[in-house]
Design a binder for this molecule. Structure first.
Ligand SMILES: [Zn+2]
Length: 408
């Protein structure tokens, strides 16, 4: 099957170049040619996809989502009457909304078993290409420990979603092996506390350096990398010392941490929009009091920290923690990145070429020959107006693997 998408323009994020009167030719899901219509012959039997009035660019990539999280606030009573199958089915709606917002690839940062990715790949329901981490590993009392002070543990391990709580070097090795056995593409660790968990603090480091090293080493043996939920300064530095690839949230960076990231080529995944959603949910009465206090306490430091990273030239990969906020709202992160000083082209690179490179997903974030035929169309120049990629309703066309999955 050959399809050709005809747009007003084609933006190549890697070069920042816009080509007028463009066409992208996709054969059996993959791009064969892309460029100006003049110099790009289209096979006679190609099916035409008209995108007049639209600028085409590669499908967007979110490096930090949680497709099985509802994204409508935190309600423990609701969770108690949610059967595991219903929790799993949340991913179906989330996957569609993510795709509709222009995100054709995501890295799921825990909670979502590999079966969701396999179901999307098999065409059971529409959704983005996925990398999964399955279980976010933290220590006893850490960010993903769901034991509450009443004694209840809210985490029900599925056979294909290993338990999140792990202590000690040998247990860490075993747990990483279990998560990889369950189909993980990346390993997720929590090297600091967080905002939404009741029993820990974002500024406290979690897991020992030895435990983190064991996870990185074990993951590396299987050709996998590690992402770290790391908000505390010491938690960030421990993660970097141990060889973690990406630092998520990064609320308290400093000069030394930045230096380590520049030396190691690590990326920060800011998730600037996440604390905003905690506060919005709180204002709507959908958040426990402890989380509101923590979100308000970190939001300014988070901004200063990411601003410092941007100014120092640390690699920034687009990520939102969507699942905290509602699925499909991912694009708002572009506006917050821009507010902190990132140029529009760098914001778009963060969600295309840089994101693909950071998570190591092949054939995404670009539209040259050999890439997946994943593209979006917006009505205007996104470099002149980031709103065009920031709101789901502004994404007029979404094509995944050459198939039109949204047209508005
Ligand atoms: Zn997260």
């Amino acid at each position: 099957m050959i399809r050709a998408v005809f747009g007003d323009a084609l933006l190549d994020p890697a070069t920042g170049k816009t080509t007028r009167d463009a066409v992208v030719v996709i054969e059996d899901g993959k791009v064969t040619k892309a460029g100006a219509r003049d110099g790009t012959p289209v096979p006679r039997d190609a099916e035409r996809i008209e995108a007049e009035g639209l600028t085409l660019l590669p499908g967007l990539i979110d490096c930090h989502v949680h497709l099985c999280s509802l994204g409508e606030g935190l309600d423990f009573a609701r969770e108690l009457i949610t059967p595991p199958t219903l929790e799993l089915m949340r991913a179906v709606r989330a996957a569609k909304r993510t795709l509709d917002a222009g995100f054709t690839s995501v890295r799921d940062a825990a909670g979502t078993p590999a079966g969701v990715k396999m179901a999307i790949d098999a065409g059971y329901f529409p959704g983005p290409r996925m990398f999964v981490t399955i279980s976010g590993l933290s220590q006893t009392g850490g960010h993903t420990d769901s034991h509450f002070m009443c004694g209840v543990d809210m985490e029900i391990p599925f056979p294909d979603r290993p338990h999140s709580v792990v202590d000690g070097v040998e247990n860490m090795r075993l747990r990483v092996r279990e998560v990889i056995r369950a189909g993980a593409d990346w390993i997720k660790l929590c090297t600091s506390g967080g905002v939404l968990s009741p029993g820990d603090q974002p500024h406290h480091p979690m897991l020992t350096l030895e435990e983190i090293r064991a996870a990185v080493e074990e993951a590396g043996t299987h050709g996998k990398k590690v992402m770290a939920h790391a908000q505390a300064n010491v938690g960030i530095k421990n993660a970097l010392k141990a060889g973690v690839a990406t630092i998520e949230h990064a609320i308290w960076l400093d000069g030394d941490a930045i230096e380590m990231m520049l030396d190691g080529g690590n990326a920060v995944v800011p998730t600037l929009v996440a604390p905003h959603w905690v506060i919005r949910h709180a204002e709507a009465g959908k958040m426990p009091a402890y989380a509101i206090g923590k979100a308000k306490a970190v939001i300014d430091d988070h901004k200063s920290s990411i601003k410092m990273a941007i100014e120092s030239g640390v690699k920034i990969a687009f990520g939102t923690d969507t699942g905290v906020g509602p699925h499909g709202s991912n694009g708002e992160e572009f506006l917050l990145m821009h507010e902190l000083g990132m140029e529009p082209i760098d914001c778009i690179r963060a969600a295309t070429s840089v994101a693909a490179d950071t998570i190591g997903m092949q054939g995404v974030g670009r539209l040259d020959a050999g890439a997946w035929g994943d593209l979006i169309g917006v009505a205007g120049d996104p470099l002149a107006d980031l709103e065009l990629v920031a709101r789901s309703e502004n994404i007029r066309l979404v094509v995944k693997g050459g198939d039109v999955v949204k047209r508005a």
